[in-house]
Design a protein around this ligand. Structure first.
Ligand code: SF4
Ligand code: MG
Length: 336
């Protein structure tokens, strides 16, 4: 098959003093070989939790994954032991986070850190690891890589540090790269450079990229397919064009209001919709968007909409797709 990672019906909850909080509910998506899929949503929508559950980076004590599967190359990662998972993490599947400073050891020279990352996954000599580290730093566009290997993280700019993190994530030639808000901490020019870098790397290595972001500019720049997440659920999935030009979910419409034009590279944070996302500890049966949706109907409050298929690549969960629902036109995009 052309699918490398397949998440199906994933439920993730956290234990709290108020009982279980459902952070991710019934999340299903596929990542295909060599593609970039973006999961877009506001903070608290469960997108980072989804990414971290793939890597099993959530706190074991308080996290409950009570349903679903995460199938990588035919095997369900949720059945893997800690040891088996360690082998996958950082070698088959790598992750890049928002803040490169927390992912680097401030007291260790850059070169040594990259070499250690390589030696963790590859049985090669130190000398070979040095050569590979230099190659990787060149690949991610660090000028004078050999010289810069002797520097410490604080001697690098934020953008350069993020390049180092990406180099480390690539040390093991991963099949899947999960990037959680990889450019959020960077200014817009540097953001664009890092995104270009990730695209170039994908061209060279064929790595599949799952990018988690709240920034529609990042989505437009990077993704071929998009999954829109709201309150722990994926409410709509489609190709970039389907989501931007032909979206069917009122929440996606709200997101698009803030987006000036497709194929225009710029940073666009998601702040367009009146009201706040629901308190996920108090969600009940109906559509999670009901409290903010301008088109809400009676049924929305009590019953979760089924997923409707719009095309082979496009699906949506909304009662407006039901044949008994009134016809609603997608609003014109706002003029900004
Ligand atoms: Fe709005 Fe109802 Fe659709 Fe939810 S199911 S998005 S409340 S119309
Ligand atoms: Mg997050």
């Amino acid at each position: 098959t052309d699918t490398i990672l397949s998440v199906e019906n994933l439920d993730v909850s956290f234990q709290s003093y108020n009982g279980l909080i459902k952070a991710v509910r019934g999340v299903t998506f596929d990542l295909k070989k060599g593609e970039t899929l973006a999961i877009v949503g506001e903070s608290g929508s469960g997108k980072s939790v989804t990414a971290k559950s793939i890597m099993q980076l959530l706190p074991k004590k308080t996290t409950v994954i009570n349903n679903g599967s995460i199938v990588y190359e035919g095997n369900d990662l949720l059945t893997y032991s800690k040891k088996e998972m360690e082998k996958i993490r950082g070698s088959e599947i790598s992750m890049v986070f928002q803040d490169p400073m927390t992912s680097l050891n401030p007291t260790m020279k850059i070169g040594k850190q990259v070499m250690e990352g390589i030696l963790k996954h590859k049985k090669i000599s130190k000398k070979e690891a040095f050569v590979r580290a230099k190659e990787l730093l060149e690949l991610v566009g660090i000028p004078n890589a050999e010289e810069r290997m002797k520097s410490y993280p604080h001697e690098f700019s934020g953008g350069m540090r993020q390049r180092v993190i990406i180099a480390m994530a690539l040390a093991s030639d991963p099949s899947v790269l999960i990037a959680d808000e990889p450019t959020t901490a960077l200014d817009v020019t540097i953001q664009a450079q890092i995104l270009d870098l990730m695209k170039n790397i994908q061209k060279k290595t064929g790595t599949s990229i799952l990018i988690i972001t709240h920034d529609l500019g990042v989505v437009v720049n990077m993704a071929k397919r998009v999954a829109v997440m709201y309150a722990g659920q994926i409410v709509e999935t489609g190709t970039l064009e389907e989501i931007f030009y032909d979206s069917k979910h009122p929440y996606t419409w709200g997101l698009m209001q803030s987006m000036p034009k497709l194929h225009q590279d710029r940073s666009v944070p998601l702040i367009p919709i009146a009201g706040s996302p629901p308190d996920v500890s108090k969600l009940h049966d109906g559509c999670p968007f009901a409290a903010r949706c301008p088109y809400v109907m009676k049924v929305c409050h009590n019953h979760m909409p089924d997923q409707s298929t719009i095309s082979g690549t496009h699906s949506v969960s909304c009662w407006l797709q039901d044949e008994r629902a009134p016809h609603v036109e997608k609003p014109e995009l706002g003029g900004n």
